[in-house]
Design a protein around this ligand. Structure first.
Ligand SMILES: Nc1ncnc2c1ncn2[C@@H]1O[C@H](COP(=O)(O)OP(=O)(O)OP(=O)(O)O)[C@@H](O)[C@H]1O
Ligand SMILES: [Mg+2]
Length: 274
């Protein structure tokens, strides 16, 4: 099931080849002690085009993270085809995959877990710049931080000296520094205080607009998704049970599980009625 582009999706998206195309993906996890196999992703297909913002929603354990990790080459690849920036992950070696890394940036749920506790923000950025000189020369540390609305005083702080919201902004800044073609954000705000969740999402939305990156946003919160994304895939027990433009899916859900998700979220239900 491929994402149908909404009428107001960036024109660029329609004209370009997908940055990510997942076809009939199956990923199974094997329990090491019992040997039992669990199918976490079951025959999933989806597409993310340049400049597009696509969400994967679904309850805990529905396979969202497994799908994202497979799609970015960071986790077990399973069976099926994954085309990342036009390259089939099953057909490229580690070296080529490494070369794709800067183009695909992942923002995780736990920002503190993503940052090296021994590195100040400045030295972390310096390290990234040293690895990718040309790619990262487009902006200064100060301007980069300004994009995520952090002051330059943050540069000399260590991760433990940052709030959750500040740390996640630093993670987003690090991702932006690479000017990636795809940002994958896995529940980027669920570990944050409610008061800063909206700000961080707004940043992601703006970042997508300024850098032209595509965004794959994983969330169990339909209200969040409706404010940030063009299209949505609803996952249930490893399968995509419904896909389409957010406006259509939220307004007129066809699947019972999608209806249940919407019913559990008063904010989303309210939006869906509009
Ligand atoms: N390494 C693993 N070994 C065994 N089972 C796993 C492993 N990773 C995930 N699973 C199982 O696969 C299923 C899907 O997990 P996944 O983390 O992809 O779900 P999710 O939708 O991201 O959930 P959440 O919203 O809680 O993050 C779950 O039942 C989980 O227990
Ligand atoms: Mg997850």
């Amino acid at each position: 099931m491929e994402t149908e582009l909404p009428a107001d999706a960036p024109r660029l998206a329609a004209a370009s080849s997908p940055v990510l195309k997942v076809s009939n993906l199956v990923v199974e996890h094997r329990n090491r002690s019992t040997g039992e196999v669990f199918r976490a992703v079951d025959d999933v297909s989806l597409c993310v085009h340049a400049g597009e913002s696509v969400a994967i929603v679904g309850e805990s354990g529905s396979g969202k993270t497994t799908l994202a990790m497979a799609a970015t080459g960071l986790g077990p690849r399973g069976e099926g085809d994954i085309q990342l920036l036009g390259r089939s992950l099953g057909k490229i070696g580690r070296k080529e995959l490494r070369a794709l890394r800067p183009e695909v940036q992942v923002v995780f749920q736990d920002p503190h877990g993503s940052l090296d506790p021994r590195q100040s923000v400045r030295s972390g950025l310096h390290e990234l710049r040293a690895l990718q000189r040309e790619r990262t020369s487009w902006t200064s540390d100060e301007d980069l931080l300004e994009q995520v609305r952090l002051g330059e005083e943050i540069l000399d702080r260590y991760p433990h000296q940052l709030s959750g919201g500040q740390a996640q902004r630093v993670c987003i800044a690090r991702a932006l520094l690479m000017r990636p073609r795809l940002i994958v954000a896995d529940e980027p705000t669920s570990g944050l205080d409610v008061s800063v969740q909206a700000d961080v999402l707004k940043l992601l939305k703006e970042a997508r607009a300024t850098t032209g990156s595509a965004l794959l946003l994983i969330s169990h919160d339909l209200a969040v998704v409706s404010s940030v994304c063009d299209a949505v895939h609803v996952m249930y027990r490893g399968r995509v049970v419904e896909s389409g433009p957010c406006k259509t899916v939220f307004k007129d859900p066809q699947n019972d599980y999608t209806r249940e998700l919407l019913a559990a979220m008063p904010g989303a239900r309210w939006r869906a009625r509009r």
